[in-house]
Design a protein around this ligand. Sequence first.
Ligand SMILES: [Zn+2]
Length: 376
Amino acid sequence: MSDIATTIAVKLIQRASVTPDDNGCQNYIESLLAPLGFVRTCVDTGGITNSIYMRPGELNGTLAFAGHTDVVPTGPEEQWEHAPFSADIVDGILHGRGAQDMKGAVACWIAAVAHLCSEYTPMPTIQLLITSDEEGDSIDGTIRMVEYMQANNSLPDAVIVGEPSCSKNVGDTIRRGRRGVVQVRASFLGKQGHSAYPQDADNAIHRAAPALTRIAAIDWGEAADGFPATSCQITNLNGGTGASNVIPGVCEAFIDIRYNPGNDFDEIKAVIEAACADCETNLAFDHVATAFSTPDGPFLDQVCASIKRVTGIDTLRDTGGGTSDGRFLAAAGVPVAELGTTNSTIHQVGEQVAVRELEILTRIYSDIIENMRFKA
Ligand SMILES: [Zn+2]
């Protein structure tokens, strides 16, 4: 089954699918899955290719795999030792854009299902939720499939997201949550004037300084649920005209907040607004990503048990890293674990993955599918 994973990964990498272009990857996946009993539902939205592939199971419950066929741009192609869409295999290393993020993992999941089908192994219902809009805006990708499944009452009982979660060895790390992100553009308003006539002006920097001091001093609470404490960083501050004798009428700040599931967007917004309440301020909030956390329990335990059986590794259940599409599924109440290849070369020139990693990941996925049990 491992040869199959590598073969599929090669075919996917050779389809140059720079975000948000799927470039035929999801049709190719359908050609692999249809003979195994999967039915594809296209949820294309806004020019984005989204596919739900579903195979009814013999066992209770639905286990989903979420992934993406789009990849980030190559950067300067001449710097690649192996052309980014060549999918060359040299000395056991598969080279190409998407090898780790995340065509390798998509290929492993398909190979695992194909293997289990060929053995007539009973499985839960299996879904593959594949988008071409993960590396881009993520506006019309996984979220649209989640909406479709909510409307059709077909949400899975749990999902494995194939993002490259591992650091040194396949299976050493899964992600069970991610911090949320809120960004705030704050404009503090005063009245411009001559510095010799302060009675006729209102200094916007003097307005901003105490408000920003209050924001920097906000107590967001402790580390929670395996996450570090919420971090609020003022990352940009601009005020003044450049002239030394002009009292500025406006001062602008940019605030970047990484929050743990102990906080939420409405609370963050209210606290920031309160800190700015005593001056005229325009606050533009952007809730870039919602925090999510899958609690320890049967699902994560079963995933880690599969990794242990295949590799002998005791897996770290991590909450680090940036955002992922897992947040959309978690927001719908689906337990999420991110488990993919190592992430040593993701988004880099010369992205690559060891064929051996694909072999191991396929065996882990296969063990997860074979042994995952959901309550009736
Ligand atoms: Zn990815």
